[in-house]
Structures are given as C-alpha cells and as structure tokens.
Design a protein around this ligand. Structure first.
Ligand code: GLC
Length: 516
C-alpha cells in the first residue's frame, strides 16, 4: 500500500464500483470480478484512493444483490472467492484500498436463515431471526420503501416484515444470534484483507419495541424531524451499541479498517451521532446530494456539514451520485418535473437537458473536490455519463418499478453498463460480446473512456487533473473558509489552504486559483 497516511478515510476519494455494470470479462452481459481486476489500472490512473464494491455475494438478485443469500461467498455471476482475492491483491498492489458492501438490515428470502425459519414454523427459535407476527391483517401500517405494505403473509398465516422488497425479510437485531452471525461475517472479510465496509441501511436495523404503527404512514420513508420522536422503523437508539462493537472489531485489525454508514438520517446534527469516535468512520452526506444546487442551499449545507461532523471530530463526506439516484449529469439538466433524486425518468417523461446537465455536473464536482473531507465518486461520472432516461419498460429490473406498477420507474437508469472503448461491440468495450444486462443507450458510445483519454478538456481529463491537484495539495486534509467578499447571491467562493475555489451558479463555471 502506498498510502501509509494515518486516518486515510478522512480525506480519501472513494470510487463506487457497481460490479454488475463495471466490466465484464466472461462476456455474459453481467459485470464480474475478473472484469474489475482487468480495469483497476484505469482507476489508479484516475487518481482515486479506494474503491467500494456494491454487493457481489451470493444472491438471487431480486434487488441487484442487496438481497444476500450467503454473506461469505461470491455469487457465480461475478466469479469465485479466488477471483475476489485476486482483485483485492491487485488493488493493494496498486495502492488502492477496497471497501465492500455489508447488508445487515435484511437477507434474501433464499438465505438459509430464512428458509430454516419458514420450515421451523411459528413460535420456533428460527423465526426469532426475523420479525414474524400473527394476525389476519398486516401487524402494522408500515410501508415498503419500494412501494406497497412492509408485510407479507406466509401460507401458515404468520406475517414477516420487509422494509424493502418482499424477497428481503428484515432481520431481528434484538436476537443476540443475529449479532453474533454478523460479527463472524465481518471477521470473514477482514481476515481476507478488505479495508472496510460500506454498511447498507444501518438506520433501519433497530425497530421500536412492539412494532407500533407509524404515526404518519405517508411519511413512512421520510427523514427525522427535529423535536419529533424517531419513526418506529428508523433511527432507533438500539443500533448504536452494535456499531460500537463493530468498530472495536475493525480496530482490532491492523491497517486502519474503516466503515461508512449509509445512514439516511437528517438533520446532519443527528447524523453526526453515527460518526462519534467509536462508531462509523464516515456516513454519506445525503443532505449535500439532495440540496437544490443554489448558492444559498449549498452554503447552508456546507456550513451545517462542517458544524455537525466537526462537533464529533469526524470528517464530512461529499457525494453527488450513486447507484440509487439519478446521475448528477442528468439530475442537474434543468427542471423536468422530478421530485426526488431516487427516481429516474422514463421514455414518456419530460427529459433533462444533457448539455446543461453535464456542464453543471462537472462544475459541481470541481466545486466539491476542493473541499476538505472524503469524496465518493460513482462509476461513470468521470466520463460525464448521463442517466439512461429512455430505457424501455421491458428491461426494467428495479423492484420499485414492479411494486408500484410502473408509477415509479426506479433506479435502473443510473445502473447501465460502462462504455470503455467506443464501438467495441454493442456495449462499447464493457465486454467483447456486446451483451449487456441493461442495454446501453446509443449516446453512450460518445462518452467512452478511450475517446476521452488524453483529450484536454474532456470530462475524464478534468477529473484526473482535479484529483491530482487534490492529492498534491492534500486538500482532503485541508482547511475551509468562505471568502465572503467574493460571495454573492449566485457565486460561492471558499479557500482551502492555497486554493481559492469559485463557483458561479448562473454561468455554471468553477475556477481553481492558487496563491503561495
Ligand atoms: C440501499 C442500497 C439500495 C438497496 C437498499 C435495500 O439503499 O443502496 O440499492 O435497494 O439499500 O438494500
């Protein structure tokens, strides 16, 4: 490893690999671990510090791998444990750290634990792994995040709780056996040498005693409101001792292993509780991702971020795109009637302005890359990839689409395979066969990496240069202050050491200037 710096996670640029769509070595149309290994050099040359891999463990793939049926094995779709080890070794040789996804709120309904619970019947200790309840009607009013009720009934009459798809039963974290099982899973991967975890939906793991109704079912998926009690299925205090135990396990390994919580918790002052010194190292700063891109909103969000995370000695993370939200190169393409970042658009919806979106997105990224803290990038944003906004219904795989009868198109549009070499097969070098589990739109050929490599002013080279400077000046560990005399209603300017960053929200331009 070439980054011996202590607290690497405080400043790291972490690149999210979505294994299904990154690179496909065996040509079956689904990305895989050997594909990732073969392309790691290009990530090194991009200038990132670490990668986070979305799930590649055994899974029926009902929620693209976030429905795990065996936490300690690789799904044959992606390869084998030996392929994983090879990928990890290669990443480490290149000085890149590797975080993997841990999904502790729910398993797949095909996990042995759930199959045993179903077979063992009501009242059995096996059912205690999950939340089972009796009744003629669903035990409470909770709704699934993917639409419809959060309860499904088995033929024997009992209901099980699932805050996501019915194929993703929620685990019962009150059961010490569940805790123990996950400690073993953590150790399994830490022993293999992973540098840490991105933890899925940690704010959902605890449930209020007695599983009471949500006071306002319309807000079942919404965030915390200051002054109001936490909703019964989110943000329960009972989760914190679990994270402290996990932190102690990570800390018992050499080499600063780290964990980032996907804690969708607001306001930021509340999220900060999740990154106290003995809990998560980082959480995703979704407030930043969700903020309207205006000077006033972004200034307020940045101030709140530094205040909140600073109050517990944690770094802020910054993130603009991931596999659950519309790519920011499209999201920022004007006002086209969307209300939430997590829903894509379909062929019959008003379409974003691609040119405006890309210009704003690159400027937003440059503005963000100058900030101290850790930055998450989502695969393909370094190419300026737009969302696939005209994906036909027959290709859609996100359970959100089916569970809402198509009312919400879901997240497939940001998960399309990457174009590496323009014109190499129908999937532009994603593989050589041209197969692609989600078809690429034709315009992706224009964004292929090979067309941008070495081309001054391309999105790829712009990212590379900014990442190089960020590293040279150690901006991630830097300092932050607004330059008030340059700030207006439509301009924000800040200083990080010798770097002055100015962003104009009207012209969508960002400049970096240096002083000694
Ligand atoms: C997280 C993942 C998302 C998944 C959900 C349920 O939000 O990022 O992709 O669908 O959890 O596991």
């Amino acid at each position: 490893m070439d980054s011996p710096q202590l607290d690497w996670w405080r400043s790291a640029v972490i690149y999210q690999i979505y294994p299904r769509s990154f690179a496909d070595a065996n040509g079956d149309g689904m990305g895989d671990l050997p594909g990732i290994t073969s392309r790691l050099d290009s990530l090194k040359s991009l200038g990132i510090d670490a990668v986070w891999l979305s799930p590649f463990m055994r899974s029926p793939q009902k929620d693209a791998g976030y429905d795990v049926s065996d936490y300690c094995d690789v799904d044959p779709l992606f390869g084998t444990l030996a392929d994983f080890d090879e990928m990890l070794n290669r990443a480490h040789e290149l000085g890149l750290r590797v975080l993997i996804d841990l999904v502790p709120n729910h398993t797949s309904d095909q996990h042995e634990w759930f199959k045993r619970a179903v077979a063992a019947g009501p009242g059995s200790p096996e059912r205690e792994f999950y939340h089972f309840r009796d009744g003629d009607v669903p035990p409470n009013n909770w709704q699934s995040m993917f639409g419809g009720p959060a309860w499904t009934q088995l033929p024997d009459g009992q209901w099980y709780c699932h805050l996501f798809d019915s194929s993703q039963p929620d685990l019962n974290w009150e059961n010490p056996a569940v805790e123990k099982a996950f400690e073993d899973i953590l150790r399994f991967w830490l022993d293999r040498g992973v540098d840490g975890f991105r933890v899925d939906q940690p704010h959902a793991m605890g449930k209020a005693a007695g599983l009471p109704d949500h006071p306002d079912v319309e807000r079942a998926g919404a965030g915390f409101i200051e002054g109001e009690p936490s909703p019964p299925m989110w943000f329960q205090e009972s989760v914190h001792p679990i994270f402290r135990k996990w932190r102690a396990i990570l800390d018992s390994y050499p080499g600063e292993r780290a964990m980032c919580g996907e804690a969708y918790v607001l306001p930021l002052s509340f999220m900060a509780l999740w990154v106290r010194p003995d809990e998560f190292h980082q959480t995703f700063n979704f407030r930043y991702l969700d903020s309207p891109w205006t000077a006033a909103d972004i200034r307020k969000t940045i101030d709140e971020s530094f205040d909140a995370f600073g109050s517990v000695g944690a770094p802020s993370t910054w993130v603009l795109s991931n596999h659950d939200v519309m790519r920011h190169a499209s999201r920022m393409g004007g006002d086209f009637g969307r209300t939430t970042a997590s829903d894509g658009v379909g062929p019959n919806d008003p379409q974003p302005d691609a040119e405006l979106g890309l210009k704003r997105a690159v400027a937003a990224t440059l503005f963000t890359l100058g900030l101290p803290g850790s930055m998450y990038l989502y695969q393909g944003e370094e190419l300026g990839l737009p969302e696939h906004t005209t994906l036909e219904p027959q290709f859609r795989q996100d359970p959100t689409f089916a569970r809402t009868n198509g009312a919400r198109v879901g997240r497939d549009g940001c998960r399309v395979t990457l174009p590496w070499e323009s014109g190499v097969g129908a999937a532009n070098g994603f593989n050589t066969t041209g197969k692609s589990w989600l078809p690429q739109p034709q315009i992706y050929a224009k964004y292929a990496r090979d067309l941008q490599e070495g081309v001054p002013g391309s999105t790829l080279e712009t990212y590379k240069q900014a990442l190089r400077t960020r590293k040279e000046l150690n901006l991630g560990h830097g300092t932050f202050e607004w330059v008030d005399e340059l700030c207006t209603d439509s301009v924000l300017a800040y200083r990080n050491g010798s770097l002055l960053v100015t962003h104009n929200f009207e012209t969508n331009e960002t400049t970096w200037r240096f002083s000694s």
